[in-house]
Design a protein around this ligand. Structure first.
Ligand code: ADP
Ligand code: MG
Length: 215
């Protein structure tokens, strides 16, 4: 169940490579820059977010690993340690992990590449979020520049299966890829770049949306 004093965002999608970890670390770092005590809980056995944190060293946000069965406990103990903003990163193809993350979250973000194959993978997630009644938004990620039609088609397809679509999209940007490989975020690597602007817009939209949802 969502906790009143802590905001928890789950990042889920059935597909590997859709940008879950990228979104998780960029968002949690943006929250830390806004003076939140933010934390990434990495429930992926591949522990990509945790590896990113190792490359990063002692800088915020804190990244902890937890198997799905320990997720609720891990969030509770993070809260006891003063954490007020949690981003849960999840593995692909893992119903239990996705289900637990959705259950723990105030809001779910579903990063999705705007291609037909990725959209087919949205249906199981749509079922999970509808069942849990957790607000959920598809975030189009890796949108090639000029791919207006592709993005429009993806938005339509997501809506058709009953999912909300986040108005902020993330383009296909080298800054996301290059920064992650160095244990950084796009905003740190290129503060004035388009990727940084997109994360900023996403952060602002997220705060507005959480407020509307009573957080
Ligand atoms: N918007 C983007 N633009 C460019 N590269 C991206 C973008 N989002 C993710 N990537 C890259 O795609 C790969 C997969 O992303 P990742 O976040 O690890 O996906 P997932 O966690 O869903 O498997 C990584 O190499 C990452 O740097
Ligand atoms: Mg990942």
């Amino acid at each position: 169940m969502p906790k009143p004093d802590i905001t928890t965002i789950a990042i889920v999608s059935q597909k590997g490579g859709s940008g879950k970890t990228t979104l998780a670390v960029n968002l949690a770092t943006r929250a830390a820059a806004a003076k939140h005590e933010s934390c990434v809980v990495d429930t992926d056995p591949q522990a990509t977010a945790a590896a990113w944190s190792d490359w990063r060293g002692d800088f915020l946000p804190v990244v902890v690993t937890a198997p799905p069965a320990r997720l609720a406990r891990t969030i509770e103990s993070a809260e006891k340690n003063g954490v007020d903003f949690v981003v849960i990163d999840t593995p692909p193809h893992a119903d239990a992990a996705a289900r637990e993350a959705i259950k723990a979250a105030d809001l779910v973000l579903i990063p999705t590449k705007p291609r037909a194959f990725d959209l087919a993978a949205l249906e199981p997630i749509a079922d999970l979020v509808n069942y849990a009644k957790t607000p959920a938004f598809v975030v189009l990620n890796g949108v090639p520049s000029g791919a207006t039609k592709l993005a429009e088609h993806a938005r339509k397809a997501a809506k058709e299966i009953g999912l909300n679509v986040c108005p902020v999209e993330l383009g296909e940007r080298a800054d996301f890829h290059r920064s992650s490989a160095k244990g950084e975020t796009a905003s740190e690597l290129a503060p004035d770049g388009k990727a940084a602007q997109e994360i900023d817009s996403l952060w602002k939209w997220l705060n507005k949306t959480l407020k509307k949802a009573g957080k």
